[in-house]
Design a protein around this ligand. Structure first.
Ligand code: ZN
Length: 288
C-alpha cells in the first residue's frame, strides 16, 4: 500500500497535472538502454511503476480490473468513408458519418454527450485512471458552468459540437440547422478557444442539409456510435451485441436524476465491459 502510494506520488511529479490523458506507453521507444535523458528509471522500471500506479488508481476508484493500455496513436490515420465504408450518393464531399473507426487495434472510443451532469468526482476519476474520452456538448446544458468543461479541456479532453439546443435536426430547414450547428461552433470557440472539428447530431438524426451545414462551418467528421453505456447495462446496435475494434461508445453526462447511479458508476460499468472483452480505450482524435 505504502509503496503504491509512493509510486503514485513519484509519477504525479514526473508527469504533472497538465498531461493529456493519452495512454502512450512509457519507454521502449529510444531503443535498448537509450532511455530519455534525465529519466528516473530505466524503461522496464518505468513501465512497472506505471502499471503499479494503474493498479492503485483502479483500486481507489473501485474498478473491477485496471484499464488496458492503448497502443501508441497510429502513424497513418485510417481512411474513413461515409457510412462505415458505404459511399452514399451525393455525400462524397460531405463530412463522413461513421460508427466504427477502421482499425485493427483492439481499441474502442468513449464519447460523452450533452453536458447536464457536472460531477467533479468524474473529472478526478478519469484523470487519475488516464481514460481518454471525447465530449460532445450542447450549449443549453453547458452554459451554466463553463469552468467545469474548461477543467475537462485542460485535462486533455477535446470539446466537440452537439448543437446549441439539442433539436431534432431533420425537422429544421438548412438555415435553422446552420444556426444550431455553426452557432455552437462559435460558442465553443469563444468560450474554450478552440473550434471543434467533430460534430454529432442530437439523437444521431441527420439529413443532407445537416452535413452540408456542418461542413460549412468547419466540421470534418460526424462520429455516431455502435454501443451505448448506462450505469447498469450496455445497449448494442450490432446484431452480435459485442464490441469490435474501433467501435465508438456513446454515453451521457448524467446523474442520479436520470439514471440509478453516478458518472463514476457508469464508468465502472462500461470499463468492466471493455476490459473484460480485452479492449483498451483510445483517444478518438488520435485516429481521425
Ligand atoms: Zn444528445
Amino acid at each position: 500500500m505504502a509503496l503504491a502510494a509512493l509510486l503514485i506520488a513519484a509519477l504525479g511529479t514526473a508527469c504533472g497535472s497538465a498531461d493529456p490523458p493519452a495512454t502512450k506507453p512509457k519507454g521502449g521507444q529510444g531503443g535498448e538502454g537509450a532511455g530519455a535523458a534525465g529519466a528516473l528509471a530505466n524503461p522496464a522500471e518505468q513501465q512497472k511503476a506505471a502499471l503499479q500506479a494503474r493498479i492503485a488508481a483502479a483500486k481507489k476508484w473501485k474498478l473491477a480490473k485496471p484499464p488496458l493500455t492503448a497502443p501508441p496513436a497510429p502513424k497513418t490515420k485510417p481512411e474513413i468513408t461515409t457510412r462505415d465504408g458505404f459511399e452514399v450518393e451525393g455525400q462524397e464531399d460531405l463530412p463522413p458519418v461513421f460508427t466504427t473507426v477502421p482499425t485493427e487495434d483492439k481499441v474502442v472510443f468513449l464519447t460523452i454527450d450533452d453536458g447536464a451532469e457536472k460531477d467533479p468526482e468524474f473529472l478526478k476519476m478519469m484523470k487519475e485512471l488516464k481514460i481518454p474520452y471525447t465530449a460532445f456538448l450542447s450549449d443549453y446544458l453547458v452554459r451554466d458552468n463553463y469552468p467545469y468543461f474548461k477543467e475537462m479541456q485542460a485535462a486533455g479532453v477535446t470539446l466537440n459540437n452537439h448543437t446549441l439546443n439539442h433539436r431534432y435536426l431533420p425537422a429544421l430547414d438548412y438555415e435553422k440547422q446552420r444556426e444550431e450547428i455553426c452557432g455552437q461552433q462559435d460558442t465553443i470557440q469563444k468560450e474554450f478557444g478552440k473550434r471543434p472539428t467533430l460534430f454529432r447530431p442530437p439523437y444521431g438524426n441527420y439529413n443532407q442539409d445537416t452535413l452540408r451545414a456542418a461542413k460549412s462551418c468547419g466540421i470534418k467528421a460526424v462520429p455516431l456510435w455502435n454501443a451505448e453505456a448506462f450505469v447498469n447495462r450496455m445497449d448494442w446496435r450490432e446484431w452480435d451485441r459485442d464490441l469490435h475494434p474501433g467501435d465508438i461508445i456513446l454515453t451521457h453526462f448524467r446523474g442520479r436524476e436520470d439514471w440509478k447511479g453516478t458518472m463514476p458508476d457508469m464508468i465502472r460499468h462500461v470499463m468492466k465491459t471493455v476490459t473484460d472483452k480485452g479492449y483498451a480505450v483510445a483517444r478518438l482524435e488520435d485516429y481521425l
